[in-house]
Write a protein that binds this ligand. Structure first.
Ligand code: FNR
Length: 350
């Protein structure tokens, strides 16, 4: 049995039922208040949520962020959630294609184009796997599934909690530079739940990166997932660092302040409701990203349950736009909002 594939299935089991969202963590989106407009002077039908992403027009500003692939079970998750994304005009990302790069027979579990021919599709590979694969290898992963772009994931916190994980994080920007030179706007750089802050974002953008997914603290914690698999010292330190990271609200607001309007920003990490989607869009994200809630809905009841969960989110999002008197995401961003508590401290310090 292949080690990468076995680890992937262990990850899926933990994410399906384990305590992978440490309760003490927060996106800090509860400290953002959108302001009610008592006279919206518009119809729900006037709300236009469409936005450009990866050269395609999304009907809704949502990305199902990369989760899985490499096993039969993972293939079902990918195809079912890609189908939901296709039907509702969301973007979709497959999980790490490392398994596919090591063993071509695993490629099938990443193939979603049959069910999602027009979806804005992202491949996925880890930064240090990209070193091993080189630019051509990364391009092959992306083109091999007919993707519009590829997500390069950063996960230093997870690696340090993983017994077999990386310990040397040098040379990352050089890799990003060679990838962005080759792939341009098709490259997206993402975290995996610890957040990208304004300093890193600014350097990435200086190198030419045009798509960033902050994937902040407040939702799925990959340090926690690895902690649950670890023993001894790593389990103890993993427990301590399960709360490590830049809360999603702080990451989105400060990264938007640090980079120009031409950078497409995804706000993800702990987004669970339509109102939270509206809040990250108001703080400067172009698209909101979600992983765990759609995965869990799918585990519970397949495509129908995932669509039902999505409908609740989209209805809440539309309602937030109407109740702030916003016809579009651009209008929502211009509306007043109240930022309180420690989120103000984060925004002042970053
Ligand atoms: C993930 N995530 C992830 N990210 C990535 O870049 N490559 C990957 O292979 C995976 N795998 C994966 C599996 C599962 C089951 C989950 C739930 C998540 C991370 C994901 O894309 C996202 O950044 C974080 O999960 C934060 O978002 P949520 O889950 O809090 O909405």
């Amino acid at each position: 049995e292949d080690i990468t594939a076995r680890r992937k299935d262990a990850h899926l089991d933990l994410c399906a039922t384990g305590d992978v969202e440490p309760g003490q963590n927060s996106t800090l989106l509860d400290l953002v208040h959108l302001v009610h407009c008592a006279m919206p002077e518009m119809s729900v039908e006037d709300v236009d949520l469409s936005t450009l992403f990866l050269g395609k027009r999304l009907r809704h500003p949502l990305l199902v962020t990369g989760m899985t692939g490499g096993t039969e079970r993972a293939g079902v998750v990918n195809r079912d959630l890609a189908l939901v994304a296709e039907r509702h005009g969301l973007a979709f990302g497959v999980g790490s294609q490392r398994a596919m790069s090591e063993d071509a027979t695993r490629a099938a579990s990443f193939q979603v184009r049959q069910v999602a021919p027009t979806v804005a599709l992202l491949g996925n590979i880890g930064l240090y796997q990209a070193v091993r694969l080189g630019v051509d290898g990364v391009r092959r992963l992306m083109d091999g599934i007919g993707a519009d772009g590829i997500a390069l994931h950063l996960n230093a916190g997870q690696e340090l909690t993983q017994p077999e994980g990386d310990r040397d994080f040098r040379g990352g920007y050089a890799v990003v530079e060679s990838l962005v030179n080759a792939l341009g706007e098709r490259l997206l750089v993402k975290e995996t739940g610890c957040g990208i802050g304004p300093e890193v974002a600014r350097r990435l953008v200086e190198l030419g990166v045009r798509n960033i997914d902050v994937s902040g603290l407040g939702g799925t914690s990959w340090v926690r997932v690895e902690q649950l698999r670890a023993t001894g010292v790593q389990a103890q330190v993993g427990a301590e660092f399960s709360a490590w990271g830049i809360p999603t609200a702080a990451a989105v607001a400060t990264v938007r302040g640090a980079v120009g309007p031409d950078v497409r920003l995804v706000g993800s990490g702990g987004i669970r409701t339509g109102l939270e989607v509206a809040k990250v869009l108001a703080l400067g994200a172009d698209v909101a990203g979600m992983a765990l809630p759609l995965f869990r809905a799918h585990q519970a009841g397949g495509v129908a349950a995932a669509e039902q969960a999505l409908e609740v989110i989209l209805t809440g999002l539309r309602q937030a736009l109407v109740l702030t008197g916003s016809r579009s995401c651009a209008e929502l961003r211009r509306r007043p909002r109240v930022v309180t508590g420690v989120l103000k401290d984060w925004m002042a310090a970053l």
